[in-house]
Design a binder for this molecule. Sequence first.
Ligand code: SF4
Length: 226
Amino acid sequence: MFLSEIYKSMQGEGMLTGTPSVFVRASGCNLRCWFCDTPHTSWHPEGKDISVDEIVAQVEEWDCRHVVLTGGEPMLFAELLPLAEQLRHGGWHITIETAGTLYLPVACDLMSISPKLASSGPTEHPHWSRRHARQRFQPQVLQALMGEYAYQLKFVVDQPSDVPEVVEFLERFPDVPPARLWLMPQGQTPEDLRERSQWLEPICQEHGWTFCPRKHIEWYGPVRGT
Ligand code: SF4
């Protein structure tokens, strides 16, 4: 599996915020969000091919029962199946972080789905902009993931005009309980997050949604390996 990094940190987003976790970060993505906070896995993918056994051996080095399989887009890699299977047999709690555009029948305890809104498109890159627009919303995949797994939905919100799209999404998937929905401000610095939090937090309160601060940026700043 092509990986950019494996490291231990604290989960900074969603319902497991604060949980010590080993992050296994796949390198490669089928989307190209303009605000991607891991461009070393999307715009400029870097890393190396590591076997499933070697990944599990590296995970075992930390005394940590939570593993987050993330990216990039981990669902791009068929090796995710044997990797998750081995981790499950070893008793780890597995979170998969995905944009929800691709499906694999993978072992997973929490499917953390972050569907990308229209404003995430890279308008300055026409080729990728078209591909991104075609691929970013895959309702059948989302339905399957939400139907088969314990899940959370995390939307990255860049501007107030993104909010009607979240409302539309929820009208299309009316069975999503509010407790599974998290709205996060877009931003890669504590200042950006503060600025957007000022209007996003009241919007969340108004709709009964959960505001999701991005604690890892508060804790560590925009630093790789966190
Ligand atoms: S889906 Fe995630 S990894 Fe891929 S480009 Fe968007 S933010 Fe980056």
